[in-house]
Design a protein around this ligand. Structure first.
Ligand SMILES: *Cc1c(COP(=O)(O)O)cnc(C)c1O
Length: 374
């Protein structure tokens, strides 16, 4: 029996062709392909008066998003503990303090009632996560933001392609961040993207992305260099190269196909498990969702036994996430009510989900789980 990995990047002929072409051009750094990938992202998200800035990772995108929003030393940023640690590290990198919040049972996104109780004079932003590609209560997040004049930096690293009210995440709101790391729905090997609302923030993002250097972006987008540049702000080396962008371009061409095939598998999983009373499936039909991972919750303390059973069938599973407040570096004792987070982490299980998934894999996963609970 072939092993079924949790993640399986879609590496095809087209990707190899794009890579080879990019190597043939010979401009390896940030360049025309970076610009083209950004254009493709903006086209896909149907952006109007919003702009995309690609970065070398999603974590870098979160970091410069915070800097664009002027968040720094002494400020507080609220984010769920039930999240990947990238967000918390990015907040720390900006100089601000992380304030961790609990989540809701239904969408595993931030609990805005608990978030409101965590707001202080120092709070400058909320960083909500659309877990697994399923939207959090984003309209309530924006209500809070309006009420307390906070910035919102959406962690949409799981939700590239998800729509809310027929609008793609990233096409509305304040600042949105995506990731194109090796396991995300589309990949540029590693990569990320920040979506901002105006030209000033776009320019700020360009400076922050490339060592604070001005003029350079315009020239590099033509595979050239500006020799008479100035350095106008702090900055990092966070740009996405032509080579990585060429991979991103090959992937984004197929995104509809990837999303559709993943939605179908998620619907089949939901259907197959809905009668099993020890399983709680996601509360969605996946119609407007771009599913990054498929997670279920295993009730009655059966999860570890099930994991062992699936391992025997050569099915790899994952746990997303160990909440960040449980990690040594972030456990400073000042943790707010995490009752839902602490419960969910004991139950949650990530099943394998791939783009254009092998039918034998889908059947084996369903059959194994159904037979375990028989
Ligand atoms: C993937 C991911 C990130 C960061 O993206 P990288 O591209 O891996 O740096 C941030 N937050 C969450 C929840 C993620 O899953």
């Amino acid at each position: 029996m072939e092993k079924i990995p949790v993640f399986l990047p879609h590496i095809d002929k087209e990707m190899r062709k794009h890579l080879e072409n990019a190597l043939d051009v010979g401009w390896l750094g940030m360049g025309a392909s970076t610009k083209k990938f950004e254009d493709k992202i903006m086209e896909f998200l149907k952006l109007k008066d919003r702009y995309a800035i690609t970065t070398n990772t999603g974590t870098a995108a979160l970091h410069i998003a915070l800097k664009i929003a002027n968040i720094g030393a002494g400020d507080e940023v609220i984010t769920p503990s039930f999240n990947y640690v990238a967000d918390h590290q990015a907040i720390k990198m900006s100089g601000a303090n992380v304030v961790m919040c609990d989540i809701l049972e239904n969408n595993l996104g931030i609990d805005t009632v608990k978030a409101e109780s965590l707001i202080t004079k120092k709070t400058k932003a909320i960083m909500p996560l659309h877990f697994a590609g399923i939207p959090c209560d984003i309209s309530k997040v924006y209500e809070l933001a309006r009420k307390y004049s906070l910035r919102v930096i959406e962690d949409a690293t799981h939700a590239f392609g998800t729509s809310i009210n027929d609008k793609k995440i990233g096409s509305f709101g304040d600042i949105t961040c995506f990731s194109f790391d090796p396991v995300k729905i589309i990949t540029s090997i590693d990569g990320g993207c920040v979506i901002v609302n105006n030209k000033e923030e776009l320019e700020k993002g360009h400076h922050l992305r490339l060592l604070g250097v001005d003029k350079d972006t315009t020239e590099r987008y033509k595979n050239k260099r500006a020799w008479d540049y100035d350095v106008v702000s702090e900055g990092y080396r966070y740009h996405l190269t032509n080579i990585m962008s060429s991979v991103g371009i090959s992937q984004i061409k197929n995104i509809e196909k990837f999303v559709n095939s993943r939605q179908k598998v998620c619907e089949r999983f939901n259907e197959a498990f809905k009668e099993i009373k020890e399983i709680k499936t996601p509360e969605t039909n996946f119609k407007n969702i771009s599913p990054f991972i498929y997670t279920i919750r295993i009730l009655n303390n059966k999860r570890d036994e099930l994991i062992e059973y699936l391992q025997e069938k050569n099915i790899e599973v994952g746990i997303h996430f160990i909440p960040v407040h449980k990690h040594t570096y972030f456990n400073d004792g000042k943790i707010s009510d995490m009752s839902i987070t602490n419960k969910v982490v004991e139950e949650i299980l990530t099943l394998p989900l791939h783009s254009e998934m092998n039918e034998e894999f889908v059947k084996r996963i369903i059959d194994s789980i159904v037979s375990f609970f028989k």
